[in-house]
Design a protein around this ligand. Structure first.
Ligand SMILES: [Ca+2]
Ligand SMILES: [Ca+2]
Ligand SMILES: [Ca+2]
Length: 558
């Protein structure tokens, strides 16, 4: 980008005191975290970097290591036991992740989970959903002591604080997945199992215990160990933390502040919609009182923009969300060859939408709780080209860089072990190569990270839009041209097109555009081109559109 010489201009502005001399600010968001693209790993399923913490003999009669799901078709597999992945496996591959163009790694919850396989609930069968019998806490979402690391994760010299520090030395921030809604499976066990349904404090003292009772049989009035929980169920057999109880808020603020103190850079908040916005408002305020500006995004597993938008508002704690509504359309568009880019347009909500700031949403096409994207290599390439140029913070689920287990749901291979061998061979995948190219471009292009988005054309296999970031010394206009068709597509852009020399950011010749001129080019099949003009927006109709986008960017909360 071009750095303006601002000293003289600044001095003149000050000297004359005239506000109109200042260049207007055009930004989608300034939240520093939004510069990063996120790579999401289920730590246990990524890489086993240290076999000494595998706990292979854990669990006694209910062992926890390596439990294949029965009934797999030939050549397929799934597993509900621990498979050995740990902090060291992530850290060992920090260079791999960073080299792809990611600035942050989201890891599954790190807190202590039960040390046996669960014996209640419904049996896990091939492809089943909401079934937990025989399953372990390999995923981390069954917290028992939220102040304590689970024993499968750290290594000697690599506790969480050391992990985050070493990741940062590689240029990677840590997004910690946190839970406050629930603990572990808490009832339906044939015989009560240790840790299940219990919560321990930072000193290791038992403070809550469902005692294998169905929620309606809890007696919070008389039994202090029941007061942590609602006397009604929420998600499967999980304990249901009482968001009205101040002790619950204190406990989770304390625990998660501890992990932020140890270097977590952002939180992904599990099951945010299963607790009240009043809880989250207080939670966010108390985290940010200690860690100003701390970035958080929640999982409200809901495809309705109006339902999930409320979590982003200041009245709910200004917590961003995973962009499920857009995700639904992304799957529609990139899983099908004859789809229309226009389907994406009305889920962007660039003006007067339901979100406090649509540019801060975390965008994705799949994760551990749904079937992985069911697309061809070209479908993945097209999806990534979209995700890393459109508004939002892209989050890629581990393995998607090679199309790993595509189309597979949980208990069908979605969460399978990836491993060092696949990582070492990833560069053979065209998905990986094209992802790296577009992710690295986003990493070096403020307009693609945080710029306002001005759509030009979304039709059939082509999309064209501007991203504009104009603040301080950075003045950047990006023109993004996407082609998901099987043939080279011509593009002819003139709307809002500012005169100047547009650089081809992904290679190719620069294009000189005269006043009132056109930018004519072509984009190969399943490819993207980005033209960059490092200049302040001057063209009158462009400035007017950007001013409108800026003014109408947020939700008009009252
Ligand atoms: Ca291990
Ligand atoms: Ca454990
Ligand atoms: Ca709940």
């Amino acid at each position: 980008m071009i750095k303006r010489t601002t000293l003289l201009a600044g001095a003149l502005t000050l000297a004359c005191g005239c506000a109109q001399a200042a260049t207007p600010e055009f930004v989608g968001t300034d939240a520093p975290f939004t510069s990063n693209a996120i790579y999401f790993v289920m730590t246990d399923r990524f890489v086993n970097g240290d076999p000494s913490n595998d706990q292979r003999n854990q669990g006694g009669a209910h062992p926890t290591f390596d439990i294949p799901v029965a009934g797999a078709p030939k050549g397929e597999s799934a597993n509900i036991g621990y498979l050995g992945g740990d902090f060291k496996g992530v850290l060992d591959n920090a260079g791999y992740i960073r080299g792809m163009g990611f600035g942050a790694v989201w890891i599954t919850p790190i807190v202590d989970n039960p040390n046996e396989a669960f014996t209640g609930g419904d049996p896990v069968s091939w492809g089943s959903k909401f079934t937990d019998r025989g399953k372990t806490g390999f995923h981390g979402y069954w917290g028992v002591n939220f102040y304590k690391l689970d024993e499968h994760l750290p290594s000697k010299g690599l506790d969480f604080a050391q992990f985050t520090a070493k990741m940062r030395a590689h240029g990677l921030r840590t997004v910690l997945d946190i839970v406050a809604n629930h603990g572990s499976p808490a009832f339906t066990m044939p015989k009560a199992q240790p840790m299940f349904g219990q919560i321990y404090d930072r000193d290791g003292k038992l403070i809550a215990d469902e005692q294998n009772l169905p929620p309606y049989r809890l007696d919070p009035a008389r039994n202090p160990l029941h007061r942590f929980y609602h006397a009604y169920d929420d998600l499967v057999q999980l304990s249901n933390n009482d968001d009205q109880n101040p002790a619950v808020l204190d406990y989770f603020v304390g625990a998660h502040n501890q992990w932020a103190d140890q270097g977590a850079d952002a939180f992904r908040i599990d099951t945010i919609s299963h607790m009240s916005t009043a809880f989250w408002k207080q939670f966010a305020a108390r985290i940010r009182a200690k860690h100003p500006g701390f970035f958080m995004f929640g999982e409200a597993f809901d495809y309705s923009p109006d339902n999930i938008g409320q979590y982003t508002w200041p009245s709910s704690g200004s917590i961003s969300v995973l962009d499920f509504p857009l995700r639904g359309r992304i799957a529609d568009v990139f899983e099908h060859r004859d789809s229309d880019y226009a389907k994406l347009l009305d889920r962007l909500y660039l003006t007067n939408g339901p979100y406090q700031n649509p540019y801060e949403l975390v965008t994705f096409y799949d994760n551990h709780d749904m079937a992985r994207l069911d697309a061809s290599d070209n479908g993945f390439i097209d999806a990534n080209n979209w995700l890393f140029t459109a508004r939002g913070i892209p989050a890629i689920y581990y393995g998607s860089e090679t199309g790993f287990e595509r189309g597979k749901a949980e208990h069908q291979g979605n969460r399978n072990y990836y491993g060092q061998q696949r990582i070492d061979a990833a560069s053979k995948s065209p998905i990986y190569r094209q992802l790296k190219r577009i992710a690295q471009l986003r990493e070096n292009t403020p307009a693609l990270q945080r710029g306002l988005m001005l759509p030009l054309r979304f039709a059939g296999n082509q999309a064209a839009f501007y991203r504009v970031y104009q603040k301080g010394d950075t003045h950047q206009i990006a023109l993004v041209l996407l082609n998901k068709g099987d043939a080279t597509a011509p593009f002819d852009v003139s709307d809002y097109l500012q005169a100047g020399r547009w650089q081809a950011a992904l290679g190719g010749a620069a294009i000189d555009v005269p006043d009132g001129g056109h930018l004519r080019t072509s984009v190969p099949a399943h490819d993207v081109q980005v033209y960059l003009l490092d200049a302040a927006a001057k063209r009158t109709d462009l400035v007017a559109e950007l001013t409108r986008l800026m003014q109408e960017r947020g939700h008009p909360e009252h």
